[in-house]
Design a protein around this ligand. Sequence first.
Ligand code: 9MR
Ligand code: ZN
Length: 767
Amino acid sequence: MQRKITVKGILIILLGFLVFITGGILLRGPQPFRPGPSPSPAETDTPAETPDTTKEPEPSAPAETPDSTEEPEPAVPVTGLNIEYEHVDYAPASVDNNTDFVSGWSIMTSDANVTGSEYFEGTTLQVDHPGTGIDSLTYYRDGIPIPANTDFYIYFEAYSTIDRNIRVSLMNANTWQTLTSVDYRLTGEKTGYELTYTSNGAALWNGRLEFDLGFDGSVNDPHTIQITQLRIVPSNTQNVVKVNQIGYMIKAQKRCTFPYDAGDLFDVIDVQTGKSVYAGAIKQKLDNPHTGEVNCYGDFTNVTTPGTYYIRSQIGVTSQPFVISPMPYGNLLNDALMVLSLQRCGTSLDSSWAGSFAHGICHTSEAQVYGLESVKDVSGGWHDAGDYGRYMKTGAKAVSDLLFAYMFAPHLFGDNQGPDAGNWAPDILDEARYELEWMLKMQAEDGGVYNTVMTQQFPDIIDPADDHMPLFLLLEETTSTADFAGAVALASYVYKDWDADFSKRCLEAAEKAWKYLSEHPDVINYNNPEGYSGGVYLDDEDKDCRFYAAISLWNATQKQEYLDKAKELFAEDRTYSEGLSWTNVGCYGKYLYLISPEGGETDPGFYRSLHDALLYEANQLMTFVHSSGYQTAISNYAWGSNAEIANHGIILTMAYDFSGNQEYQQAAVEQLNYLLGKNVMNKSYITGYGTDYPKSIHSRLAESHNAAMTGALVGGPDTYHEDPVTAKIPLDTPPAKNYADHPRSYSTNEISVNWNSALIHLLARLL
Ligand code: 9MR
Ligand code: ZN
């Protein structure tokens, strides 16, 4: 009878501990009391770090805006942000390749005595007694996939302190049938050995590689054998290692996820040379209930040479190719913003900038106010999503994202694309203003704000200009009104130096909305009235919206009354200060107070409470990150899960700003990595980006024009099967796999302004 002993991995700690925390504090700590002007591009980066300038957004400097030399110099906007932009110093100095490393190798002995120690790159076996036969002592690993009709190349390096023979076999672990077997002679000199094999029979998923290290017929004395650098490379690889399919910023943490135990180590292979430039440990084996997998991850942060690479695991599975570069995401930020321009309603889209999405003027008829005889002009704004409805909650959320993105990183946004290129204002502010002008029209005389303008039913899949159904203006709500007040008061602050009149109009509207809120202290929020089957954004809690509104109004006016209200709401329930979604907007308020030049000075105690609340919120997200094999900050995959992941990434970057703890920023990068392909579906969820991205999105504009826009974030996996396509997915499918690249899968493959704005906001904070 053979005795099976699993080698207890005695890990040799080769590298130091991760140095996550220290790097960022000195370079980019929060400076909470210092207001400052927007940094100029020159302050933000060194030229050497931005080689691919042709693809990057142009900073909106006057010299780069052609054809209007007569125009006055644009005012340099002073947005009052007190965080100066600097590139994040991402890279931990070292990657600990041993922590959490679990070997998949085992030792089996009959009458031999052996002890083993191993680390991710190899193993050392102390053979005290080799037993009586070559298979008295075997060192082996199971679970090696052996696809049919595939050539295998197996390589290892080894030595023995006494010259001796060993046998290496590839087997079927289920039947113990030997597929191939070769004898080698080890010497005291470490030597590379090779073995090739062609699989002809049926595919076999539980292959075994076995080293027979028992008695070779002559050597009986105790000796030491070392085996390292083992690689099993099939010609026929599967792309199952998950990466960001675009790539990784040089300074960022770089991780890939393995869907199962793929060996002990992985290589980063340079596509041009085919050579491994780095080997790291596959580690942290974790059950993943969201994906139904066992995951491990690999960290290759230390690869910092620009190039195109792919990951290959020790037993042969690979990833899609990706780049490592200072700015790998090319035009993504601009494209994501252009998606919003293409959603413009109440105007025609000109082919000069809208290309194949050009269409005639749409939805300009006056809307009938629900329940009244009156009609109102509420033209403009963005089509919300794949439908042509326009909704206040998502509009306010999206505008907030754009304004915060601009405040954080103004240098990233140019004045060279879309319908307002070259008008001296950054396109992102033009875009936000297009929606804001519509939002202002959505306010009723009493200050309350309507929740939506839409047709009674969703239109067919037609061009916007062909949708002539009557428009209805539905119901004032406190939720919509408070969201409006938060975003519009923020606009009054941001546009002050660009257009004082517009800024004033915004402030008046926001204060009028506040008055309405004061007169309506209880939440008002409506489902669609009977007979109306368009979109609906249900939100039965308005305190987070009021919190955002109060802080944003305080920020714009410095009136104590607003701050008092914000403090009262926060004291009532900390969670009113949480969230960055269309339904929870509290974190916009919390963050705004923290970055406001007057924040800490006005009320240091409140500042400290909000500071701690931000870290508390981020720490909750970090528990999701730490328990996920993909480092994903989500616990429930519902409609719009991709946007939730992006929103949570933003919160993590905010926590980084106010703690200097780089772990938050690294985790935020992982959220972008998820959206660009490092996910169980091996799918980039952003159209036009990555090796495999959505092709059949749910969008009336895209479908009626037979094209898909570039840079659009789709909703992503939704556990609850809320459309006819995902309704056919088996119910026991793990949550993160409930996704369908199908135009009728509106719950997973639609695009939406408030999802793209989250992507823009996240990118602005990471690039
Ligand atoms: O994003 C919304 C999601 O959270 C809701 O569960 C769903 C049902 O109410 O509605 C989603 O929003 C859609 C809206 O109702 C209509 N326009 C398209 C939106 C995105 O799919
Ligand atoms: Zn329209």
